[in-house]
Ligand binder design. Structure first.
Ligand SMILES: NC(=O)c1ccc[n+]([C@@H]2O[C@H](COP(=O)([O-])OP(=O)(O)OC[C@H]3O[C@@H](n4cnc5c(N)ncnc54)[C@H](OP(=O)(O)O)[C@@H]3O)[C@@H](O)[C@H]2O)c1
Length: 296
């Protein structure tokens, strides 16, 4: 049965609030998961202009939505409307999943567990690792939180705008006083200096993302560090220039699809209370990506 045919008066509703949302893979990922488990649920895109956010949130409660995912540009702005926040959401400073319980808005951040689960499924365990995180934006905040929580030995954040990296560390230091968090300016020299001193490099910048697929945050004239795992949060394209070069140099690589799937799975589990069908969600995302590529 198609999703359209299945929707009825008792269907539980969830969705994605953002601006814009039309390119998101989340509707096909979640609707595939509901269909797989035979759940009478539907996930809909909810384009919400920044000025309309308070009314849109009120509307969710009025329309009996179970919850929503939240994406750019609302991840920080929704925080003030939550009745309660998870520790991760509070520390990271962003909510990507809302669960409405009664009339209460519960705010979560599933990017952090999503990132960790994506590493672990590729047999990459950050505990004790020395990690370089490129970028200090919203995704970096979840990644650095996750690495500190997983007891990475040390994390250095390299960003074009150093103040942003400094603020990130300041925000996380209270929660993780035992973590060795440092920052530096993202330059050829700071990247070259990582050689031999790093176990994992995570790209959280948007460099290399469609439509600028030929770009990489790792310059061609800087050698790929020996024995480091390379992970990219960008998932369109799946193999970025950053990952392709690392792979050619013999590094193990982890693409951004795993994090996308696992952050979605964690949201799914908050809403439904059921284990998410991870492989079904992954296949749905891959099919969505192939469709995107065909239309680009
Ligand atoms: N796989 C997943 O599930 C997942 C989840 C979340 C995000 N993501 C991806 O992660 C990426 C970042 O998202 P975000 O929400 O963190 O974005 P954001 O808050 O806008 O941060 C962007 C980051 O990229 C840096 N950057 C942008 N252009 C740059 C350039 N030309 N050179 C050097 N650095 C540059 C920015 O540096 P400045 O601070 O200097 O501006 C900043 O650190 C996006 O591609 C997004 O799709 C993937």
């Amino acid at each position: 049965m198609s999703i359209k045919q299945a929707i009825n008066g008792k269907t539980s509703l969830v969705g994605l609030m953002g601006w814009p949302v039309e390119h998101s893979l989340s509707p096909c990922m979640h609707n595939a998961a509901f269909a797989e488990l035979g759940l009478d649920w539907a996930y809909v895109p909810l384009p919400v202009r920044p000025d309309d956010l308070p009314q849109a949130l009120k509307g969710l409660a009025a329309l009996n939505f179970v919850g929503v995912n939240v994406t750019i540009p609302h991840k920080q702005a929704v925080m003030r409307y939550m009745d309660d926040l998870s520790k991760a959401a509070k520390t990271i400073g962003a909510v990507n999943t809302i669960h409405l319980q009664g009339n209460k808005f519960m705010g979560y951040n599933t990017d952090a567990p999503g990132f960790l689960n994506a590493l672990v499924e590729k047999d990459c365990h950050p505990k004790g690792m020395r990690v370089a995180v490129l970028g200090a934006g919203g995704a970096a905040r979840a990644v650095v939180f996750a690495l500190a929580w997983a007891e990475a030995d040390a994390v250095v954040i390299l960003n074009r705008t150093t103040e942003r990296a400094a603020f990130l560390i300041e925000d996380l230091n209270d929660t993780f006083p035992q973590s060795k968090l440092d920052f530096a300016h993202l330059t050829n020299n700071s990247l070259a200096a990582l050689d031999g001193k790093i176990d994992l490099v995570v790209n959280t910048t948007s460099v290399g993302m469609h439509p600028e697929k030929e770009k990489s945050p790792w310059p061609t004239d800087v050698a790929i560090p020996r024995n480091a795992v390379f992970c990219d949060l960008v998932y369109n394209p799946l193999e970025t220039v950053f990952l392709a070069r690392a792979r050619e140099a013999g590094a193990k690589v982890i693409d951004g699809l795993g994090m996308l799937v696992h952050q979605g799975a964690a949201a799914f589990e908050h809403w439904t209370g059921q284990a998410a069908p991870i492989e079904v969600m992954r296949r749905a995302c891959l099919a969505g990506l192939v469709n995107k590529l065909a239309s680009e």
